[in-house]
Design a protein around this ligand. Structure first.
Ligand code: IMP
Ligand code: MG
Length: 183
């Protein structure tokens, strides 16, 4: 089979979080979540598409019975920077009033996307609303949205793999890589 994609132009990737390290952090997060939500009726809300691999692993590591639902959101801004303007493109199927909701996000960067989504969800009066992020780019934060469970803290760099993309590429890689800026 031939492909029109120019493979020579693919940017260079440097391994950052191998799958073993990711699995260890997912197991630790699941332990924290199980402790905090024991006996509660948990709803995991994944933000598409970036959280798809993370939520699949997290849901299987959690012992607490949980329902899973998804939102798809569009955030407006420049190519590299989101803004506070967020629109729900595909909404939850599940009513969340009175539910214990845990939002599962791939990366929190400025926090604009997450803050706007949380504000929208809070209008629906869940019993509780918390956030679990695989990667927290805390130094980039421009909002004070709380992130309750964090897999990894990252100072700088753009990362791909394990559901994370660059221009819709690399989501299927089982490990997480830093993508070279100058490539
Ligand atoms: P924020 O609104 O600035 O917090 O942007 C968060 C969103 O930007 C995440 O949900 C990701 O979709 C995307 N994003 C931010 N940094 C990265 C990265 O390093 N790799 C892939 N996506 C990223
Ligand atoms: Mg995202």
């Amino acid at each position: 089979m031939t492909t029109t994609r120019n493979l020579a132009a693919r940017p260079a990737l440097t391994l950052l979080y191998p799958r073993t390290a990711i699995a260890a952090r997912v197991a630790a997060l699941a332990g924290e979540i199980d402790r905090d939500y024991a006996g509660r009726d948990l709803l995991l809300v994944g933000i598409l598409k970036g959280s798809l691999v993370f939520i699949a692993d997290l849901a299987r590591a959690i012992g607490t019975p949980a329902e899973i639902d998804f939102v798809r959101i569009a955030s407006y801004g420049s190519e590299t920077r989101s803004s506070g303007l967020v629109e729900i493109r595909t909404d939850l199927e599940t009513p969340i009033r009175g539910r214990h909701v845990l939002v599962v996000e791939d990366i929190v960067d400025s926090g604009y996307t997450l803050e706007a989504l949380c504000n929208l969800l809070l209008l629906r009066e869940p019993a509780s609303l918390r956030v679990c992020a695989l990667v927290d780019k805390k130094s980039q934060r421009a909002t004070d949205v709380p992130v309750d469970y964090v897999g990894f803290s990252l100072e700088k760099g753009f990362i791909v793999g394990y559901g994370l993309d660059y221009d819709e590429q690399f989501r299927g890689l089982p490990d997480i890589y830093t993508i070279q800026n100058d490539a």
